[in-house]
Design a protein around this ligand. Structure first.
Ligand SMILES: [Fe+2]
Length: 302
């Protein structure tokens, strides 16, 4: 398709779409899911991200989906630093030779922490800077008979921390979006904060990590052909299936542990998904950053 040669960041604007066509069994395509990029000028992060971009371009997926935490970070930052980070991400992600669909993460919420010198009266506060750069924080799009829903899993508490929740206006939008979606259409949902995960059982963090009202969104998706939930946030690689109904996949991370090494022993990488008709398969792609990182560390250790 001619569009694949033109790099751009998708700016979502529509709130719902018309009825989708049923996925044809012969239709096949690939897409890449990159999450927790945590881009910043330091720690050789631009080199690591460029390696991921180059690897994606070699694989030639139809499009890229991100899972949030595009930069590190604008929650605490001042305006100039936050602009620099989003600008760096926008410029670098223009290097993808296919459309890029972005998801918002907690580190992408501008000035929400008390540590930030900017206040809640700033026009870019919370979602503002994101919206200026990337458009709506939740939206959907269609691709070759599949319906992709990108959610905003974040709000802010009164004591200036982030909160993992799907807000009511978004749930209303989701209900309308699903109403316009044929029940047979295969659906992929992307959310930064996981709504299903083994992380908290294994790490003992109680229910702290998940979206508070994930059940409300999942209940809306009953009766629809939900295939896959893509998740980020915990820099954790996991895959699961629920009752022969749908799968969930948490996609590791590009940044690892703040660009210093693996997080949870998960190698830095991204997920490549191959769709064939109504089925999909996936693999975790090592874009070579760990080898490069170790080389850099060795050469700088006295
Ligand atoms: Fe993250």
């Amino acid at each position: 398709m001619a569009m694949a040669a033109i790099p751009f960041i998708h700016i979502p604007s529509l709130t719902s779409k018309k009825t989708q066509q049923k996925a044809s069994a012969e239709e096949s395509f690939e897409f890449s899911f990159l999450t927790d990029i945590h881009l910043k000028p330091e720690m050789n992060a631009p080199l690591g991200f460029q390696m991921a971009i180059d690897k994606v371009n070699q694989l030639k997926p139809d499009f890229v989906l991100t899972g949030g935490d595009l930069v590190y970070d604008v929650m605490r930052g001042d305006y100039a630093r936050s602009e620099l980070l989003f600008d760096l991400y926008r410029k670098m992600s223009a290097g993808f030779q296919m459309p890029v669909y972005n998801c918002i993460g907690n580190h992408d919420l501008f000035a929400i922490y008390a540590e930030s010198p900017e206040g809640s009266d700033h026009p870019d506060y919370k979602y503002g800077m994101w919206e200026r750069y990337f458009g709506k924080t939740y939206y959907s799009f269609d691709h070759k008979g599949w319906h992709f829903i990108v959610l905003n899993s974040l709000d802010v508490t009164e004591d200036q921390r982030y909160r993992a929740i799907f807000q009511q206006d978004q749930l209303n939008w989701l209900a309308a979006d699903l109403k316009n979606t044929d029940p047979s259409t295969p659906i992929v949902v992307t959310t930064h904060i996981p709504i299903l995960s083994s992380h908290w059982q294994l790490k003992g963090q109680g229910g702290k990590v998940g979206v508070e009202n994930s059940d409300e969104a999942l209940r809306m998706l009953e009766g629809h052909n939900l295939k896959l939930i893509l998740q980020g946030h915990i820099h954790w690689k996991e895959y699961g299936m629920v009752n022969d109904r749908f799968d969930f996949l948490t996609g590791g991370s590009i940044a690892g542990n703040g660009w210093k090494g693996r997080r949870h022993n998960t190698k830095e990488g991204f997920v490549q998904i191959k769709v064939q008709g109504e089925e999909f398969s996936w693999s975790y792609i090592d874009h070579g950053w760990e080898d490069e990182r170790l080389k850099i560390q060795q050469s700088t250790t006295p």
